[in-house]
Design a protein. Structure first.
Length: 106
């Protein structure tokens, strides 16, 4: 059996909001809460991998890199730009860094 990554924990100040944001901009499935008392907010990346967001105090950045085809890249970029406009409008026009996501078009 080949080695595959099943899941990884992604720390977040608000795990459900972070999972929803990533699922929305990446076009991924946000799964129902998991773990005892729903302390994980999983996002299905592919057949074998979920990103399990978990609320932690003083959450720090987490580096995630995705390889996507050009059409998927364009869709993700459009959704990120729309989300950034919404965030700026919600903060009275002040720029606000939502997340750092690296995408590689193949």
């Amino acid at each position: 059996m080949p080695v595959t990554l099943n899941h990884t924990i992604v720390p977040a100040a608000d795990h459900r909001a972070a999972a929803r944001f990533l699922a929305t901009v990446m076009g991924l499935a946000e799964l129902p809460p998991a773990g005892r008392n729903g302390h994980f907010a999983p996002v299905r990346v592919n057949e074998t991998l979920t990103l399990d967001f978990m609320a932690v105090p003083d959450a720090e950045g987490h580096h995630l890199a995705f390889d996507v085809d050009p059409a998927t890249f364009d869709g993700i970029l459009a959704r990120l730009r729309a989300a950034a406009r919404t965030a700026r409008a919600g903060r009275r026009g002040r720029p606000h860094l939502l997340t750092k996501v690296m995408l590689f078009a193949s």
